[in-house]
Design a protein around this ligand. Sequence first.
Ligand code: ADP
Ligand code: ZN
Length: 727
Amino acid sequence: MSKQNGDVLRAKLKEVFGYGQFRGNQEAVIKNIMANNNTFVIMPTGAGKSMCYQLPALLKEGMAIVISPLIALMKNQVDQLNAFGVNARFLNSTLNKGETTRIKNDCRDGKVKLLYVAPESLTKEENIAFLKTCTVSFVAIDEAHCISEWGHDFRPEYRRIREIIRQVGNLPIIALTATATPKVQQDVIKNLHMEGADLYKSSFNRTNLFYEVRPKQQAKKQIIRFLNDFRGKAGVVYCLSRKKVEEIAELLRVNGFKAAPYHAGLDASVREKNQDDFLNEELDVIVATIAFGMGIDKPDVRFVVHYDVPKSLEGYYQETGRSGRDGLEGKCLMFYSHNDLNKLEKFNKDKPVTERENARVLLQEVAFYAESPVCRRKQLLHYFGEHYEAENCEMCDNCTRPKEKFDGKESLKIALNSVAMTEERFGLNHLISVIRGIENQHTVSYEHDKLSVYGKGVEEDEAFWRSIVRQALLYEYLQKDIENIGTLRMTPKGTAFLEKPYEVTLRKDHSYLDLGEEEEAEKESPVAKAYDEKLFEVLKTLRKKVAKSKELPPYVIFQDPSLEEMATTYPTTKDEMAQVNGVGMGKVVKFGAEFLKAIEGYVEENEITTASDVVVKSAGQKSKMKIYIIQQIDRKIDLDEIADSKGVKMDVVLEEIENICYSGTKLNLDYYIDQILDDDKQEDLFEYFLSAETDSIEAALSDEYNQDYSEEEIRLVRVKFLSEYAN
Ligand code: ADP
Ligand code: ZN
């Protein structure tokens, strides 16, 4: 079959898949394959790569082989094709002997149009022998970047593909990928011997995605605040470890999001259910390791958060690419910290040397990206070898909140001179040593200490010069040498600048040093110190008034720490107020109304924008103990017995009981108190608490009328008292 006219192709597209038109490069690619030419397709995720080989497979005589790295993805595609009435099958390790034989027979009989094969199966002798007996039309290699060890997803078996194809026959090859830096691209072509192949590269620019990087500081609070803006909408949160995935999924659930985890450690059935629930909108948020998302095609994902620093920009781009496929909003937020970088470096420690070195280079690119002040879109596209012209994309943090700028003419001159004068043969670190006049083995042995540029930049630190060189790269005064990784060369633009320098606007990098805590320690009480003192006074006055009208001591209404927290988080609804430590729904119903009104008025009057500031709820370990104690008290079990059965001291049980009581849960301890104190004594202590200024135990113990009572007795009566009056 030779050239195909477009009408025939479109008719088939409509007939089988029901689509009226081709997208982007699809038609050109398909025509090229129909003409038996080797073809290299680079298209961003979601652009419709599969169609590029599926349609020609149907039109051509024989069977197309599709090599795909992921078994789950393979099954998914084959199911979809079968649903369209296309006879597609797969060969991989999940099949039993009988199934394998049946599929092979169908292939030999010419019934199968597309055969998906995992690279591991492809390399088996028996399968090569089998493929030789089939009529094969062409070979498609999906996720072709897996061939390259310079990419983020290297699979050694991919390197043997070319040799095997040759054994099967002289077949046209189509390689496809969604991410390929110029280096990876070159590697794929070389490895598949596709030097003459026609390249079809679509723009990677996803204009509807907003990119943002934030310091990883109080990350839990930040993520909840971020997700609050997306309530009821779909999104994915990526974490690096299974443990983190579980932790964040739990955090989100506790804070009222419909979220579930997804990682390789979960049972396959659970994973499948969570994925299905996400697709069917039973779940809004999936918290996942990178394993999630390959091959799922949900158009309305509204946000992608990288809670941990990703391992490579390629992976990052692919993952963020899963948002906004329908062309509507897609927000991509990355949390960044040096701490994460160090952790990732440590993971790599046990890898073989070259792999470790590659991983380090990939990670460094992520660091440069995060710290750079240059438009995120420009950086990402530059990374994939694409030029982005616009000054301001208006859809990234660096464009909407630009960093401080300065005239970079002199600095740029120094940076470019360091490259030119060392004959374009060195990488970043050496260049910076030259610029800063660092005397070391290399600068001395190459005699670079004799160059006029040597030491020209001694007044600025390493980070400054790294930033200048990176910006020179992004603005295309310099370029990377593809053959020699790490080496920087001049571009014509750079050479022209050195001949006739002009004013250049550069910006300052983000600084991620001296960050505070990444996450708040999981304290039982998230009471902040810096509360709004004015509001606190307002609430205190109100408390006095309410206490008086109810003839109760003020602390029975709300304790000081609770008021402080209200003056920090400004709760204006019952639910919000019930989240305040020491305030349960019971108390809100009983005393809350006036306080809510007061806070609302205050917030309005002072135009406080933090009114909906986030309180991060945590399901701490302690809650289990609490639940146990409440259950045991319900069953009227003696407190010393509860302590014994939990292996803790009475003191600990008392403290828990107090915590329970202070957060608004009523506890009926009469069965126990009646055993240790007669009615008169109980009344005595009740009187004391009713008239006391405070409910402090120390104060009670030192009161002369209470000399006869033990601390335990006083504490128990206080609980009874608070349960009756305050809750
Ligand atoms: P990729 O592999 O590039 O991420 P897919 O091949 O999975 O993307 O295609 C993404 C979606 O686009 C699929 O749902 C596919 O059915 C759809 N699609 C592909 N080609 C067309 C087309 N010409 N018109 C409409 N939808 C298409
Ligand atoms: Zn931008």
